[in-house]
Design a protein around this ligand. Sequence first.
Ligand SMILES: Nc1ncnc2c1ncn2[C@@H]1O[C@H](COP(=O)(O)OP(=O)(O)OP(=O)(O)O)[C@@H](O)[C@H]1O
Length: 636
Amino acid sequence: MTAGVDDDIVDSAVDEELYACSDLDSPKSFLLFAGAGSGKTRSLVSLLERLRTEKGRRLWLGRRKVRVITYTNAACDEINRRLGFDPLIEVSTIHSFCWSLIETFHTDIREWLRTTIQQEISELRALAARGRAGTKAAIDRELSITSKERRLARLDDIRTFTYSPTGDRQGRGALGHSEVLAIAADFLIQVDGILPEILVNQYPILLIDESQDTTRRLMDAFLTVQAANRERFCLGLFGDMMQRIYADGKVGLAEALPDDWARPAKVMNHRCPPRVVQLINKIREIVDGQQQRPRTDKPEGTVRFFVLGSNTTDKRDAEARIADRMAQITGDQEWISTPASYKTLTLEHHMAARRAGFFQLFEALQQDDSLRTGLLDGSLPSLRLFTNDVLPLVQALRVNDAFAVAALTRQRSPLLSAAALKAAGDKQEDLLAEIQTAVSCLAALWSDANASPTFLEVLQVVSKFRLFEIPELLTNILRRIHAAGPDVAPSAEDEAADPQDTTTVALQNFLMTPFEEIGPYADYVSGLASSATHQGVKGLEFPRVMIVIDDEEARGFLFSYEKLFGAKGKSDTDAKNEAEGKETAIDRTRRLFYVTCSRAEQSLAVAAYSANPAAVRETVIRQGWFSEDEVEMLAH
Ligand SMILES: Nc1ncnc2c1ncn2[C@@H]1O[C@H](COP(=O)(O)OP(=O)(O)OP(=O)(O)O)[C@@H](O)[C@H]1O
């Protein structure tokens, strides 16, 4: 028996246990207790495959399904792909899941909103009564009260409520992301409510991936439903408490579960090489003592910790030099073959955007909360127009690929849709000529070799010839700035719209940024770019990983690597939280560091910019995370 086979067997009983828990006649809820790279996602998919094969017929006859909640759309797609899009297994993100539960309860949603908004207004008024007048906070509060009162006054006129997980759908009845989660949670715990009945009857098995980060309020609601239906409902939680990196996950989830839950545990790490497993075990040691075993068939692997001064001027160059050094140390030339051959993990999206080359686009759009989710996962229609329609066409034009240009316009342009061709009758030639002109006008934007047209310039050409469908929000902006030509006048509704609406302002600013940024952005959201964020790589793995740590550039306040690495002392709040047994910035940062380090399949470089390089070096060696030979000082 080889070492690899032996390793596999250690945890194989766990998959059997999960299957036994999902018994439709006597279900047992469970929490799969396992660290990074232990095969939780793999176990989830194996369980689904087995349920489909062995319970599929019974579920189908009873018109029931297995429901799976994942953290990202990408994770949903991956599970669906692996299961061949089986209708018996419904996989969705938490937001889509919650909306699917509540989307027909319009009257209840209206009443929920009425109570909630009234309560929010009372709270704001109480704050206003206590606070000083004339400050920015006071003005914002007043604005917020007015807008809530307006929403309250219009509630009875709304017949149906809508929700778009991408935040692109607007209008009076549109619900926000957090509202959808809160409404679902509240409806699920209503005594005698019908939502828990619907959930349990339709979905006797509910499996939640990355459950450590499921919003606390919802997790509590699921636990309440489970407690009331333990003989006919299996709630299966997959996750790792050490990988809880979002603020609203339920603290102490594992401890809060009743004794009758199963808690199968996995001990192997199948992803990381032994040296990385040793590192993440050390990082985790003081949190819960859980230690993993590496596979014995993996090469040892390499880790290096590079310390740089926070005053380093050319960070891209410094990071390129680190990649060179990694190639030298590991002998793995992939570190320097192409930029995308290793993954750079930065703390914030704007840092990744700067490194990847779409900083201006990102900065413009991230200003508006309702656009943020769609911006980050690439689903925003205003961006998809450019990523899915315009960019492929421009790329085909750049290489003079007439065949691709023809194919793209045929597939995507409304000018050549079946309806348009039919309507044109014997004048179809004219449509083709129109497309030709449109495409030439688009190409003309780049006729000067140094040209860098803005998104607005590109959009104007698209709009003028109706080359592609333009999302409503952009059409409205075009109307508003009179950019679409004399035949498209601003409507009365546009004139009445608030010119300071943050979504419109963000989109207008975005339109002024260079179109060139769309390629790097498209790569980023499809996961092909060489950069990603520390949080965004949850669940993923890469052969070579470079973690960039730079609190100053990150501008955040939730995480502090400077504190974790001893370059900065604890704040009064940290000390107070620590004394009260609450978590501190150091605890949160340690978990994030665990997540990022555990993505590496072969080698790992940490590039830490610090105001106190010597203290960082001393700390990571003293903690036993890195040996003296593994820490290199690049600070000047
Ligand atoms: N039993 C196994 N034998 C061989 N390889 C495995 C086994 N289980 C998992 N793997 C591999 O190990 C890697 C990690 O698995 P997976 O992503 O399922 O882990 P995870 O526990 O979900 O990780 P994380 O929580 O860190 O995201 C994957 O490449 C997977 O194919």
